[in-house]
Ligand binder design. Structure first.
Ligand SMILES: NC(=O)C1=CN([C@@H]2O[C@H](COP(=O)(O)OP(=O)(O)OC[C@H]3O[C@@H](n4cnc5c(N)ncnc54)[C@H](O)[C@@H]3O)[C@@H](O)[C@H]2O)C=CC1
Ligand SMILES: N[C@@H](CC=O)C(=O)O
Ligand code: NA
Length: 429
């Protein structure tokens, strides 16, 4: 038996998928129970120079015609359109689809799920979250018998690489982003990485799977790393932390202010240097999943890069090919819990506030009073003296975002406070 595979997009990931399909053909055939025949590769231009592993005779600029003659469509173009239309076309024609496109799934996953369900075909996307790391399948399938309470981790390789370079080599953010692009980690437009859109899309996908609830990227509280300065990174190290861009999706209990629901957020955070997430270097990703019965699970590996991502894609291709050969189907969308997606304020966090203050008696008491007035309890204070000013660091206990925002605003009105220099959440302590 032969399964015809069409690949849409021949960039960083597409090229490596073609390499594995070509060089591992015999093993893949034995595992799938069918020959995986690469029948075409949709590209924008036939003239672009390509890796020699790509057979130029397979290139086509007619992606629709390729979709129409494939049993399995592998979408590696990225972006919303024409990826969505091509995937829907493939699904309607009865092809199984595999995609690495978190931007599309995070924005409009339900449309793809509904189409795949109606057509009775597979929709697989392991590569869309945390690259090579098996994470989608464990959350979607292995944990289907458990109740996930929280997912927390590093899901963007580019920003982890950038923050790591800033901390270890003192590299400038822009220089480190360029390096991440050269290494094949970044999105076509790296703003998607730096501003947290990519991590937010992945957080939405994970939250949807973990909590059986539709979560779109627009419902994710998102802060990127664009405002993280070399000084922030140095201060973090000085005070025993590492700055990481975290994605957190958690179930929160009902309170007088809100019903039970989920909060999904992406933001830079200070992680204690002894915490496992602090040791996640370069473009690696690591994700903790907490579930009622399983307890805490940790997933770690390469979250970006052509070859690691191709590994996840090929795992999905073999899975859907097996279904073609022997019958069976992958899971459909599970959204029965339908929990409300709550504002980030429903998930209190700890904060570190760094401010420049006048170095004179009584300032600390004045600052502490402002925190107290806003109901924000202080856990620790540290002061580094300058000539006639000092840098004051205040770490809080758990506080709602609104209370912290009120505190920061009021601090800005104090004569003794020359400026609030940074406000960072603290996680993992
Ligand atoms: N690079 C990585 O580490 C990872 C990427 N992904 C995802 O995989 C997908 C591909 O990413 P990369 O390979 O890194 O991007 P890329 O930009 O290197 O490759 C995309 C390719 O698709 C082509 N393309 C775009 N629109 C097209 C169209 N209409 N017709 C034909 N070809 C078209 C582009 O010319 C480009 O060659 C994206 O959805 C990305 O988010 C997922 C996990 C990791
Ligand atoms: N740009 C993404 C690629 C993988 O999803 C990242 O840096 O993580
Ligand atoms: Na993955």
């Amino acid at each position: 038996m032969t399964v015809r595979v069409g690949v849409l997009g021949c960039g960083v990931v597409g090229t490596e998928v073609i390499r594995l399909l070509t060089t591992q053909a015999a093993d893949l055939e034995a595992r799938a129970g069918a020959r995986l025949e690469l029948v075409g590769v949709a590209v924008r231009s036939l003239e672009t120079p390509r890796d020699p592993v790509v057979d130029r005779a397979l290139l086509t600029t007619d992606a629709e015609a390729l979709v129409d003659r494939a049993d399995v469509v592998v979408e590696l173009m990225g972006g919303l359109e024409p990826a969505r239309s091509l995937l829907l076309r493939a699904i309607e024609r009865g092809a199984a689809v595999v995609t690495a496109n978190k931007a599309l799934l995070g924005a409009d996953g339900p449309t793809l799920y509904a189409a795949a369900d109606a057509a009775g075909v597979d929709l697989y996307f392991e590569a869309a979250v945390a690259g090579a790391i098996p994470l989608v399948r464990p959350v979607r399938e292995s944990l289907a018998g458990d109740a996930v309470t929280r997912v927390l981790g590093i899901v963007n390789g580019t920003t982890n690489y950038v923050l790591d370079q800033m901390a270890t080599t003192g590299a400038d953010l822009d220089v480190a982003v360029k390096q991440a692009q050269e290494l094949g980690y970044a999105e076509a437009d790296p703003t998607a990485d730096v501003a947290g859109f990519d991590a937010a899309a992945k957080a939405a996908i994970l939250a949807s799977l973990a909590f059986h609830t539709r979560v779109s990227v627009d419902q994710v509280h998102r802060e990127g790393i664009g405002a993280v300065t070399a000084e922030d990174v140095a201060w973090a190290a000085e005070t025993g932390y590492v700055i990481k861009l975290l994605a957190v999706a958690e179930r929160v209990a009902a309170t007088a202010d809100h019903p039970q629901g989920v909060v999904v957020r992406v933001h830079p955070a200070l992680v204690p240097s002894g915490h496992p997430l602090a040791g996640v270097r370069q473009a690696f990703n690591a994700v903790f999943v907490e579930a009622d019965a399983a307890g805490e699970l940790m997933f770690y590996g390469r979250g970006a890069g052509g070859r690691p991502t191709a590994s996840a894609v090929l795992g999905d291709v073999v899975t859907v090919a097996r279904h073609r050969v022997r019958g069976g189907r992958g899971p459909i969308e599970s959204r029965y819990a339908d929990l409300p997606v709550l504002d980030v304020g429903a998930a209190p966090t700890r904060y570190q506030v760094r401010m420049r203050v006048a170095d004179r008696p009584g300032v600390l008491a004045t600052v502490a009073a402002v925190f107290a007035e806003h109901g924000v309890s202080i856990e620790a204070v540290r002061q580094a003296d300058g000539d006639d000013t000092a840098d004051l660091l205040v770490v809080t206990h758990l506080a709602p975002e609104s209370a912290l925002a009120g505190t920061v605003e009021a601090l800005g009105h104090l004569d003794a406070v020359h400026g609030v220099l940074s406000v960072l959440r603290v996680e993992g302590a």
